[in-house]
Each structure stands twice: as structure tokens, then as C-alpha cells.
Design a protein around this ligand. Structure first.
Ligand SMILES: [Zn+2]
Length: 317
């Protein structure tokens, strides 16, 4: 690890004065200070490569996996090897996914997605690469989005490669399990992970590929699975076109995201981190904002657009 770059600061501590008025003397995590520092970073270093993680989607009712210290909040998600090798684990995965899907499908983009979409439209963003699988950046208006870890609303056959929409999979699951109904969104856990009785899980039938009879899997990169190389290569190409890297809502615990920080640091591209809590790249960052994503991005966007500052409700977060 290299040390913190010269001139780097975080709004969580006193820092050297910068062109962002007032930020340098503001030894707090106040929302106003964070927004001004972020607006300054965007103004100085656009266009940016933006890497996003689970913290972007928590306000949409999709929880992140880890707490502020990077520890699992609940059971570790299923790993790829287990999914493909263990029929009972696969049955359990699909049973829970079937019942919890309505909640995930009902999630709506939030202020973070809308603000990033607006920043992209105004030329501040060359590429958004997301570790999220919910498709909410696109629905929030962003167009240059690369889904690094795939999409939960798509299902692939591991044998013939056919791709199904998740709604079609939901229909197949329903047809195979007439006695098991999805619960209403408000009854399931936020991530669609519903605890089911053993009887339901044991009797649950997992449909095979309607074309070849092969194994169906969500089109997401599971833990224990690698991101496809062409996808990584495309993301790195886009990073090379940017002048700086902004990370939003990720602790960067997983290497697939952290690698972009390593690459940016090696290339001399400044890094800004907007995340509530510690990240793996804290000591690589020129700017660390320990603040809420949505309000900070929204206020930074307003500052960049020269709109009157409306920072009510932007207290420490
Ligand atoms: Zn197939």
C-alpha cells in the first residue's frame, strides 16, 4: 500500500485549504462540506469513471451485504461452486429467490441513481461501472452503465447459453410449484432473501432450461466466480479514458471493484471515495467522504449547476 497522496484530505478531519471554499477548515462530516468537496473534485477532474456498489441501492430497499467494517450483515451469499454442484443448495436458492423476487422487482431508483444519471448527461461521467445487479442506474437515467457483476433480472442457461428474462423464470417457477406462492413485497426481506420452512424447500421443483434441459442460473457473478475477462477489459479501457475515479457506495472489499482503484492509483488518476464507512482504498484516495450518497451527490450536482444551495436536511450523515 502506498501512503495517502500529498494534498489529500477527508472532510472527516481538518485539512489543508482547498479551492472548495470552507471545506478545508471544516473538521466534520457535515453534508454541506462533503457536497462542496465533491463538487470541487468533479469540476477539477471531469470526466470521471464512476464505480458504484451496494450503498447506492440501500435507499431503494435493497440492503448491502456488509456493515461499516466490511463484515457480513447476514448469511454469506451462495457461492458459485455450491450452486452448480449441490442440487439442494440450488433448490434452496431458487425457492427463496422465487418468493422474494417481487420485492426486488418493485425496487425503484433513488436520489443516488438520479444524480449520477444527471452528472453523466452533463458530461461529468465517462462511464459508470456498477457492482450492483439491480439495473437501477439505467432506470435512474444513466446510459453509460456497465453491469460488472451482471443482472438479476436475467437468467442464463449454463449449457446452451440461452438467456431468459427473470419474469419468464418466475412463470416457470410458478408452473413447477403450484402450491408455493410468492409473498407480497412487504412480507419478504429487503433483498428477497426469505426464510422458508424445510418442507417448502425440500419439495421445491427447479425448472430446467426450456430449450435444452440444462441448468439455469441468474445472469449474475456469484461469489467464488470470476467476472468475464472481456467485461473487465472494457471497464479498464473506459477507466483509462477518464481523468479520475469516483467510488460511490462501496467498501471495495471484493477485488473485482478494488482493482479499479489500484489501476487508477498506478496511472496517477486521483481517486474520490463517497461511502458511509471504511473502504479498502482509503489510503489510496485523494478525497474520502464519509457521508450519505444520495444527499451528497444531489447537493454536489446543484452546486455544479449553479443552483441556489439547498442544503436543508444535509446535516451530518
Ligand atoms: Zn439450455
Amino acid at each position: 500500500m502506498t501512503g495517502r497522496p500529498a494534498g489529500a484530505f477527508t472532510v472527516a478531519r481538518p485539512a489543508a485549504p482547498t479551492a472548495a471554499d470552507g471545506v478545508g477548515s471544516e473538521p466534520s462530516t457535515s453534508g454541506a462540506g462533503a457536497a462542496e468537496a465533491l463538487a470541487h473534485f468533479l469540476r477539477e477532474h471531469a470526466p470521471l469513471f464512476v464505480l458504484t456498489g451496494a450503498g447506492c441501492s440501500t435507499d431503494s430497499g435493497i440492503p448491502d451485504y456488509r456493515d461499516r467494517d466490511g463484515n457480513w450483515k447476514r448469511a454469506e451469499p451462495i457461492r458459485y461452486q455450491r450452486f452448480v454442484r449441490d442440487p439442494s443448495a440450488r433448490r434452496r436458492y431458487w425457492a427463496r429467490s422465487y418468493v422474494g423476487w417481487p420485492r426486488v422487482a418493485a425496487a425503484q431508483p433513488n436520489a443516488t441513481h438520479h444524480a449520477l444519471g444527471a452528472l453523466e448527461a452533463r458530461g461529468f461521467v465517462v462511464q459508470i461501472v456498477t457492482q450492483n445487479v439491480d439495473g437501477l442506474h439505467q432506470r435512474g437515467g444513466a446510459r453509460r452503465v456497465l453491469d460488472l457483476h451482471g443482472r438479476l433480472d436475467l437468467v442464463d442457461c449454463l449449457d446452451c447459453g440461452v438467456r431468459l428474462g427473470r419474469e419468464r423464470m418466475q412463470d416457470l417457477l410458478a408452473a413447477h410449484n403450484p402450491g408455493c406462492a410468492p409473498v407480497a413485497p412487504e412480507q419478504s426481506a429487503p433483498d428477497g432473501d426469505v426464510l422458508l420452512g424445510d418442507a417448502v424447500q425440500t419439495g421445491f421443483k427447479v425448472p430446467d432450461c426450456p430449450r435444452c434441459g440444462g441448468m439455469l442460473k441468474p445472469a449474475v457473478v456469484f461469489f467464488g466466480e470470476s467476472v468475464p475477462r472481456p467485461r473487465v477489459a472494457l471497464a479498464l479501457e473506459q477507466l483509462a479514458r477518464a481523468r479520475a475515479l469516483l467510488v460511490v457506495g462501496s467498501s471495495l472489499t471484493v477485488f473485482s471493484g478494488y482493482r479499479f482503484c489500484r489501476q487508477a492509483a498506478e496511472a496517477g488518476q486521483p481517486i474520490a471515495l463517497l461511502n458511509w464507512g471504511r473502504t479498502r482504498a482509503d489510503d489510496l484516495a485523494a478525497l474520502k467522504l464519509d457521508a450519505a450518497c444520495g444527499p451528497t451527490l444531489t447537493a454536489a450536482l446543484a452546486l455544479l449547476e449553479g443552483r441556489p444551495r439547498s442544503l436543508a436536511g444535509m446535516g451530518a450523515c
